[in-house]
Structure formats: structure tokens, C-alpha cells
Design a protein around this ligand. Structure first.
Ligand SMILES: [Zn+2]
Length: 154
């Protein structure tokens, strides 16, 4: 115990950026399917009511439209627009670097999903801009959707 503490204190107080992993999502019974779809099938899936077909996100146990508790995951097509966004400078948690962009992306199918917006300068982000969404592996355990300007390698 004492030995471990000494070893920890002897090192730099922050892990190297390359070693730091992204924060883990808080997975529960409602949203587990969302992360399973990403991790196991590379798909962005949204909860769809089995009775009225309403798509809803973030996941909840009961349909807000018809109060049904029956639902199934529906795979989204991977296109959307920037509904809103923030540029983060503080506090920065490794491995993120100051100035990264987090967007609320409104999917073509309707639901809004929070994800990183990459390959665009913050000055060039416009509300309503078209984005395409890819599912990408962040590390051994984490797979997330990422948005980029549609058709662009800027
Ligand atoms: Zn419903």
C-alpha cells in the first residue's frame, strides 16, 4: 500500500495523453442496447416504440407518446445536421485537448444525439450544417459515434 502510493507520487501527476482513456459511459438497463449496437455491430441504434413507431433518445423505459413499454432498437442511416454545439476549453480531461467540439446532432430520422464533431475548425461550424456520422473505436472497450462535415475532408 505504502509502496504503491510512493510510486504513484513519484510519477508525473497526470497520465501521458496517449495513455489516458476517454471517460466511460454510464451504462444502465435502458441504454445498454445503444452501446452494444455500437460495440458489437458498429451501428448507431435508437430506441423505437413498437406500438407507435416513435423514435426516442436518450433511452427511457416508456414511450412518451403512447406510454408503451415495448420497443426495439432501430439502426440509423448516419446522416444529420448540427442542432447545437459547444467548444470545450475547461476543464479538460485527458485524452481530450482544449478546443474540441461536442455537438448535438439531429439525425435525419429525427432524434438528437450528443457526439464529438471532428475535422472542422470551430470557426467553420454552423448550426444546421450537414454531418455524416461514423462509428469509431476509441480504445479496447469503447466505441462511439463521431460526426464530421458531410462530404468533407477539410
Ligand atoms: Zn409509442
Amino acid at each position: 500500500m505504502t509502496e504503491t502510493l510512493s510510486a504513484t507520487l513519484a510519477e508525473d501527476n497526470a497520465p501521458a495523453k496517449s495513455e489516458a482513456l476517454r471517460p466511460r459511459p454510464a451504462i444502465n438497463l435502458d441504454n445498454a442496447f445503444f452501446f452494444e449496437a455500437l460495440t458489437e455491430r458498429g451501428e448507431l441504434a435508437i430506441q423505437q416504440c413498437s406500438d407507435c413507431n416513435e423514435l426516442r433518445h436518450p433511452p427511457v423505459p416508456m414511450c412518451p407518446e403512447c406510454h408503451s413499454v415495448h420497443w426495439a432498437p432501430k439502426t440509423m442511416g448516419g446522416r444529420g445536421i448540427v442542432h447545437s454545439y459547444v467548444v470545450l476549453y475547461h476543464p479538460i480531461v485527458p485524452p481530450f485537448e482544449p478546443g474540441y467540439i461536442v455537438a448535438v446532432v439531429e439525425l435525419e430520422e429525427g432524434p438528437r444525439v450528443v457526439m464529438n464533431l471532428e475535422d472542422v475548425e470551430r470557426e467553420d461550424v454552423v448550426i444546421g450544417m450537414a454531418v455524416s456520422i461514423t462509428v469509431e473505436r476509441m480504445d479496447a472497450d469503447l466505441v462511439l459515434p463521431v460526426a464530421r462535415p458531410e462530404g468533407g475532408h477539410s
